[in-house]
Design a protein around this ligand. Structure first.
Ligand code: ADP
Length: 495
């Protein structure tokens, strides 16, 4: 009994009421608009120089590359003009020595070489035709035509973007360290190496993955409705949405197409409310933040995204294990008296290590509605070396995991609801859906994540149950491929 009661008491700390949701939305709107006014605010609200979203009729063959971690991805995308596309894809591991090369040209030369290999393998005809034409004209201008591939470059490192295909690298992350590249325009670095190999490729756009999600969804979404927002709920969380240029009060440097009156804004909402005006802050959230590599920042992300949810659950479980009177995962036969050894958990278990619980087990907990919790108990054993968990143990784990997951979904609704209200789209005449594209394992695989988002949206003042029905949340696939291609297309139309 003590276990069930204590679990209920802890789970209650993760309740995020309708009233909390409304306070959250109100503050989110305030911080969004603050970010549109000036730099240095908690949400960066970065202009992306993308001034429109596709409607599904776009056509053509485009290239997309993605440098963001351990692999370099190259793909070509054929947009069929009917909301469908065909994608050809290759993935190349980046050699360690390239990540810490002496010169920027070592890494970017390697990337250009991969693009050449990809073109020779998958687009030989196109490639040969280009080489032949080049031999017959003497100036680069002479062969600047539609035969040149436009390329969207997804580059997931901090950059200061100053144009649709211009952005300087602020610093490397994720194990890369090539000081020579810092402060340089990464599109120009790639273009130089492409030109050195005489490839028929123009780096047309610098792409943020969240913007890619928005574009991919807008192209593939059913009907004529263009998409308002692209949102990622995976390892991290972020969103990009379509804003009216008149609402952007801070100066936007550089050139962009002014005819649409629109600009896609990359919110960087992972850092919403770093000052903790409204976000919930349990002792577990505080502990997670304190032991993270970046205390005090990405506060919203630390309550919402896949990388952190498992760790919140772990901190709760450890806290419960340290209270012997609760008897969670208790080994009744143990004669030891330290808290780890009196459990049925193997010493190698992730329960005892920071980041040791992956949030995917929360999906299994949420999905297991069986009376004996058999699949969850199996998974506890397989993933976490928790042996002979009793039914009560499994139920306690499930209650904690569900409370953390439900709070994450309701917090996600704060971000989505605020962007919908900011757009004013629900007030517009007609009953067109307000379309939102989402991507990431959490929203794709966590059971009922979208249902819980809808439930919270229906409670938002200014949205309500009727408004929530008009909001259409759909999965956007292949954002970094087709999305990058679509941004290259928008950029090419501006040339
Ligand atoms: P990324 O965001 O890196 O592109 P994903 O969208 O796959 O990749 O997100 C990975 C994150 O999602 C990891 O933090 C992982 O723990 C979490 N995750 C993976 N599968 C699931 C699942 N079934 N349920 C909940 N979280 C999951």
């Amino acid at each position: 009994m003590a276990l069930a009661e204590e679990t209920k008491r802890i789970a209650a700390q993760f309740e995020y009421t309708d009233d909390d949701v409304n306070k959250g939305v109100h503050e989110f709107l305030r911080q969004m608009n603050e970010g549109l006014e000036h730099d240095g605010t908690s949400m960066s609200q970065i202009p992306t120089y993308v001034t429109g979203v596709p409607n599904g009729t776009e056509k053509g063959l485009y290239l997309a590359v993605d440098l963001g971690g351990t692999n370099f991805r190259v793909c070509s995308i054929h947009l069929n003009g009917d909301t469908t596309f065909n994608l050809t894809y290759s993935k190349i591991p980046i050699p360690k020595e390239m990540m810490v090369a002496e010169q920027a040209s070592d890494l970017f030369g390697f990337l250009a070489k991969q693009i050449e290999l990809f073109l020779r393998t998958h687009h030989e005809d196109h490639f040969e035709a280009h080489i032949r034409r080049r031999q017959t004209v003497s100036t680069p201008e002479g062969y600047r035509d539609e035969q040149i591939f436009r390329l969207g470059f997804t580059f997931s490192f901090p950059v200061r973007q100053v144009g649709i295909n211009k952005g300087t690298l602020m610093r490397w992350t994720k194990g890369f360290d090539i000081p020579d590249a810092v402060g340089k325009d990464v599109c120009a670095l790639l273009q130089q190496e492409i030109d050195r190999l005489h490839l028929p490729v123009k780096v047309a756009a610098l792409v943020n993955d969240t913007v890619g999600t928005l574009m991919a969804r807008s192209y593939t979404s059913p009907g004529k409705t263009s998409t308002l927002l692209g949102a990622i709920f995976g390892t991290g969380t972020n969103g990009a949405y379509v804003e009216k240029v008149t609402n952007i009060k801070k100066p936007v440097e550089g050139d962009y197409d002014k005819s649409t009156g629109l600009m896609v804004i990359n919110t960087e909402w992972g850092s919403f409310d770093n000052q903790l005006n409204v976000l919930p802050n349990t002792s577990y959230d505080i502990e997670l933040d304190k032991k993270s590599v970046n205390p005090g920042i990405q506060i919203f992300e630390k309550r919402v995204s896949g990388m952190f949810l498992g760790e919140i659950v772990r901190l709760v479980i450890v806290d419960m294990l340290k209270k012997p009177e609760i008897s969670l995962f208790k080994d009744e036969n143990s004669s030891h008296n330290d808290w780890k050894s009196t459990t049925t958990i193997g010493p190698e278990s992730g329960v005892f290590q920071q980041w040791g619980i992956d949030s995917s087990i929360m999906s299994i907990a949420a999905a297991d509605g069986t009376p004996d919790q058999s699949s969850l108990r199996q998974e506890l054993e397989k993933q976490l070396h928790i042996y002979a968990a009793s039914l009560e143990d499994a139920q306690a784990f499930r209650t904690v995991a569900n409370a953390v997951g439900r709070r994450a979904a309701r917090l996600s609704a704060v971000a989505l609801g605020a962007v919908v209200l900011q757009s004013g789209k629900l007030q517009e005449a007609g009953d067109d859906p307000v379309d939102i594209g989402v991507d990431g394992s959490l929203v794709e695989h966590y059971p009922f994540f979208r249902d819980m988002i809808y439930e919270a949206l229906a409670a938002v003042d200014g949205i309500g149950p009727e408004g929530a029905k008009r909001i259409r949340i759909g999965i956007a696939k292949d954002g970094s491929g087709v999305g990058a291609a679509l941004i290259a297309l928008v950029a090419a139309n501006m040339e």
